[in-house]
Design a protein around this ligand. Structure first.
Ligand SMILES: NC(=O)c1ccc[n+]([C@@H]2O[C@H](COP(=O)([O-])OP(=O)(O)OC[C@H]3O[C@@H](n4cnc5c(N)ncnc54)[C@H](OP(=O)(O)O)[C@@H]3O)[C@@H](O)[C@H]2O)c1
Length: 283
């Protein structure tokens, strides 16, 4: 039985002058144990962190195999003393998931971290819904099970410390990625969404277009075409929930989709114009 909802005591003061972040193992609870969480957790286990997980589907067997606890009951999960709660649900389900959490079951002020591929949306939701004494860290590892399968060295990890009072826990969490060699990139959620509409959303949209066109390797592929096939294959491995989340919950993506349509139309007009100029006037 969880206690009635009250505000937690403020965290103990930390050492703001501390230069090397604490290496102590963290107690991390994961909500949403889909493909991306399963990918992240392998490195966290390797680093010696204590992991618990919960999800809509039952991952008891997989978690037993990984040597971590899986909770079917959300109250028991929140009562299980996590220092960090990592939100790994789909973009589209975050609102439903976060709004259904029984926060009165938390036993301590907790650092909530999300890894969603859009950033303003989870930031706003977390600030709206989470208890006031929860810390909020927004992150986006700019890699996944395919690009990160041989390690995370030199792969980019974006983050914004949105509301942090317990610097030590936040640093310990960021250290998970820093020690693997990630390029740690601190920027605002707004800046992330602007940039990722122009890069990640564009890549996924082109990949989906290529897939729609049933683009396949041919016996005479150029290097450029081989790269296109790779884009098609890597983007269609991600769920359609992920792709549509990139569009629906990034306010900069709508303009980008219009830019793509406009660019295709402009190029088509340039080609038709040139073709008409080439017509032999003697015919
Ligand atoms: N894949 C990547 O390379 C990558 C990289 C960086 C960030 N991310 C982010 O990581 C998150 C997870 O991505 P993903 O690749 O694992 O696939 P996803 O399709 O975006 O999300 C799958 C997860 O969402 C949960 N979920 C979906 N619908 C739900 C619902 N109605 N209610 C409750 N839970 C629901 C699933 O739970 P069940 O499995 O229990 O059904 C699963 O844990 C996303 O926010 C994504 O943007 C992904």
């Amino acid at each position: 039985m969880c206690k009635p909802s009250t505000s937690h005591l403020p965290p103990l003061p930390t050492h703001p002058t501390m230069t090397s972040p604490s290496q102590k193992p963290l107690k991390v609870g994961i909500i949403g144990f889909g493909p991306f969480a399963q990918f992240l957790v392998k490195t966290m286990i390797k680093q010696g962190h204590s992991i618990k997980a919960t999800s809509r589907s039952d991952y008891t067997q997989l978690c037993t195999h990984l040597g971590i606890s899986f909770f079917r009951d959300m109250k028991a999960f929140l009562e299980s003393n996590n220092e960090v709660i990592l939100l790994c649900t789909s973009i589209l389900s975050l609102s439903q998931v976060i709004n259904s959490l029984p926060f009165n079951c938390l036993t301590q002020p907790t650092l909530f971290v999300d890894v969603l591929s859009v950033k303003e949306y989870p930031r706003d939701l977390m600030l709206q819904v989470l208890p006031q004494d929860s810390d909020v860290l927004c992150t986006h590892p700019m890699f996944g099970p395919e690009s990160g399968k041989d390690g995370w060295n030199d792969l980019t990890f974006m983050y914004e410390k949105v509301r942090i009072t317990n610097e030590a826990t936040c640093s310990s969490f960021l250290q998970i990625f820093a020690t693997e060699g990630c390029k740690m990139m601190e920027m605002t959620c707004e800046e992330h969404d602007k940039l990722s509409a122009r890069s990640q959303f564009l890549t996924h949209t082109i990949g989906r277009v290529l897939s729609e066109m049933e683009v396949e390797p041919t016996p005479i592929d150029t290097k450029g075409f081989q790269k296109l096939v790779q884009v098609k294959e890597s983007t269609s491995r991600d769920s359609f929930d992920l792709f549509s989340g990139l569009f629906i919950h990034n306010r900069f993506a709508k303009q980008q989709l219009m830019n793509i349509e406009l660019a295709v139309e402009t190029i088509k007009q340039q080609l038709v114009k040139r073709m008409n100029e080439q017509v032999d006037p003697s015919i």
